[in-house]
Ligand binder design. Structure first.
Ligand SMILES: [Zn+2]
Length: 179
């Protein structure tokens, strides 16, 4: 089958189609929060157009060389599913994030705040006389992101995920134990 089966649960993935490229993602509609965090970490991450059919989502992921992250078993079993479809076995944002950290050996400090959390475009920095630090600006959706306490908090969360990455890299994946 063209997917990660339950018998191969938590198989580690190479993480990229080319060893020279960082992984690119497409998150299904149920994983929008995870998708936004991947963007915050700097990964090129698309979300499907609302109401998109399964076969369209699968086609887009394949065409754009993206890992399709999903918690929908139906999508995995779809005739058009390929090896790029990754079924997440955990529930909730925190556990999902840990699962992909383990499976992709994902570096959450890959390129923090280089992409727009809203639309995935590359952010620019611009000076503003009102702000003592540069402002992140999205040239696509025109959103400004100020480097205030919210950004500090998000950066802290990225650091925490990388602490998890380092501490669990040689151990068992999330949700499993030796007992
Ligand atoms: Zn944007």
């Amino acid at each position: 089958m063209g997917c990660t089966r339950s018998t191969e649960l938590f198989t580690r993935l190479d993480g990229c189609f080319s060893p020279l490229d960082p992984p690119r993602f497409l998150c299904d509609e149920m994983l929008q929060g995870l998708g936004q965090w991947l963007r915050v970490a700097g990964y090129d991450t698309r979300l499907p157009v609302p109401g998109a059919r399964d076969r369209e989502v699968l086609r887009d992921a394949r065409k754009e060389n993206r890992w399709l992250l999903t918690c929908d078993r139906g999508l995995v079993l779809h005739a058009g599913a390929g090896n790029h479809v990754v079924l997440l076995e955990t529930e909730g944002l925190e556990e999902n994030a840990r699962e992909i950290t383990w499976r992709f050996d994902l570096d959450w400090l890959h390129a923090p705040f280089s992409r727009c959390k809203r639309c995935n475009a590359r952010l620019l920095t611009r000076e503003d006389w009102m702000s003592p630090v540069p402002i992140f600006h999205c040239p696509s959706c025109r959103q400004d992101f100020w480097q205030g306490s919210h950004v500090v908090h998000m950066r802290q969360r990225l650091h925490e995920m990388n602490v998890y990455r380092r501490s669990n890299n040689r151990n068992l994946p999330p949700g499993l134990s030796y007992s």
